[in-house]
Design a protein around this ligand. Structure first.
Ligand code: PGA
Length: 241
């Protein structure tokens, strides 16, 4: 595990974007596992900036996103498909046929998840997986208490996650109750894992996840066992370690 301390959110975003750019430069046809949430938005903005300056080229890159709400069509403003296009894909040259997000519009959970695992396998696995972390230690939508050995699967969102996500919807009732997510096994199989974390509200969980016991109660704690895991955090998120 490698920990990189950043001054603030902008610095965290720049450092994370640097690691992603290095990956793309070293292996132009790499597979990037991408994440939604507030934390990586600055990282995407930095990558867009470098793309516009001609410093990084995504034309051969394949992307697989971590998760998607079950029941939201792609064009729903709160779908992760939509989020990724708005915050990244619409501004860079990732080829549309190399963009993959679990199919939230497929009500057949078993089929949607099986197909997604097949996609990840067929593209040769993930070279670099970007992750945020939930205040309860979730990664993707892998909530506390879930088995470590799962591939892509359907999950019921916890109350804490529904509450955290309600800010993006008109009302709490509109927040989907289920999601399709890569499992911990999928994430652990990525050749490199890069986590971004900022803000004081992440300090406790960062300490617990990376300096406490490895347990399914803290899903991110398994990353202690990953052979190439990098955490980039700002001062506030890393204040307790
Ligand atoms: P955030 O979400 O980046 O919006 O804090 C992180 C997560 O829940 O994985």
């Amino acid at each position: 595990m490698k920990i990189i301390r950043a001054k603030d959110y902008k610095d965290m975003s720049r450092k994370a974007a640097n690691i992603i750019s290095a990956q793309v430069i070293m292996k132009p046809n790499c597979v990037l596992g991408l994440a939604t949430g507030g934390t990586p938005v600055g990282t995407y903005a930095q990558l867009i900036d470098w793309y516009n300056k001609g410093d990084v080229d995504f034309s051969e890159v394949t992307t697989v996103n971590l998760d998607e709400y079950r029941g939201l069509p792609r064009d729903h403003e709160q779908s992760y498909w939509y989020f990724m296009h708005k915050n990244f894909f619409d501004s860079v040259n990732v080829q549309p046929d190399r963009i993959f997000v679990p199919d939230g519009s497929n009500p057949n959970a078993e089929e949607a998840c099986r197909e997604y695992d097949a996609i990840i396998r067929n593209v040769g696995g993930i070279d670099l997986q970007l992750l945020g972390i939930g205040e309860d230690g979730h990664i993707g939508f892998n909530e506390p208490g879930e088995a470590f050995e799962l591939g892509t699967h359907c999950v019921d969102l916890t109350e804490s996650t529904i509450n955290a996500n309600q800010r993006f919807f008109n009302s709490r009732d509109e927040v989907p109750r289920q999601a399709y997510t890569m499992g911990i096994k999928t994430i652990m199989q990525a050749r490199k894992v890069l986590m971004v974390a900022n803000g004081a509200n992440k300090a406790e969980i960062i300490k617990k996840a990376f300096f406490g016991p490895v347990t399914p109660e803290v899903p991110a704690s398994i990353l202690q066992m990953h052979p190439d895991f990098i955490l980039v955090g700002d001062q506030e998120a890393l204040s307790l370690i």
